[in-house]
Ligand binder design. Structure first.
Ligand code: AP5
Ligand code: MG
Ligand code: ZN
Length: 214
């Protein structure tokens, strides 16, 4: 299983798990939110289009998102497989992904639906910090960096995302419920969905995901 989507609400741990899962599969991972934040920090045209949506917790329009992700998928090194974090998030995005894969004579292997109760999501997001450089997530209580305020991997400073304010988190959770949960039915119907309990030690959640993909 080499073509994998991590699906789940804001804060379930997609970003925490994506790179380890990708590494064990020997493929690259792509987080659409990370790509958008990279555009924002480089002040690109795409970044300025995405900014107003992201800051309030709305989804960036499908045509912008699909264009950005398709470009990433069409890079040569992705033909072997990938782990997607945060894409697709609408039925239109899921259909666009199916079409890109059909053109390459392939299809998804598995969609991992990570599930965590809303009260814990809010707690996780309010204590989250991410790296300014590689965007690795930390948590002040459950997974602090080894050295205060510094990413373990690239030694860059860590910071709190603008959209982790309580208003934006509330909006992101509503948007997830309205626009992204229909994907559960979509992928169940395709026989691709497996639910994984996202509560517990980070390593245990990773082991559950790896068991599904073995
Ligand atoms: P995005 O960056 O994708 O944000 P999100 O979906 O809201 O997800 P998060 O990154 O908040 O959560 P996560 O699941 O990665 O959790 P994490 O591992 O960090 O998107 C941001 C914005 O970009 C969107 O709102 C939208 O505007 C735009 N966008 C992106 N993709 C788009 C798309 N496809 N279409 C349209 N717009 C799009 O973990 C959270 C915290 O919990 C961390 O502190 C972590 O340390 C901690 N934690 C993780 N696992 C555990 C555990 N097992 N136990 C305890 N704590 C844990
Ligand atoms: Mg994330
Ligand atoms: Zn880093």
């Amino acid at each position: 299983m080499k073509k994998v989507v991590l699906l789940g609400a804001p804060g379930v741990g997609k970003g925490t798990q994506a790179s380890g899962v990708a590494k064990s599969l020997g493929v690259n991972c792509m987080a659409s939110g990370d790509l958008f934040r990279d555009h924002l920090s480089r002040e690109t045209e795409l970044g300025s289009k995405a900014k107003s949506y992201m800051s309030v917790g709305e989804l960036v329009p499908d045509e912008i998102t699909i264009g950005m992700v398709t470009q990433w998928l069409n890079k040569g090194e992705q033909t072997n497989g990938f782990v997607l974090d945060g894409f697709p998030r609408t039925i239109a995005q899921a259909k666009a992904l199916d079409n890109v894969l059909i053109i390459g004579a392939g299809s998804l292997d598995r969609v991992i639906h990570i599930v965590v109760p809303v009260s814990e999501l809010i707690e996780r997001l309010s204590g989250r910090y991410i790296c300014t450089k590689c965007q690795k997530p930390y948590h002040l209580v459950s997974s602090p960096p080894l050295i205060e305020n510094q990413c373990d991997d690239c030694k860059a400073p860590i910071y709190q995302r603008d959209d982790d304010s309580s208003d934006a988190v509330k909006k992101r959770l509503e948007v997830y419920e309205e626009q992204t949960t229909p994907l559960v039915e979509y992928y169940l119907g395709a026989g691709l969905l497996t639910e994984v309990d996202g509560v517990g030690e980070i390593d245990d959640v990773r082991a559950s995901i790896q068991e599904v993909l073995a």
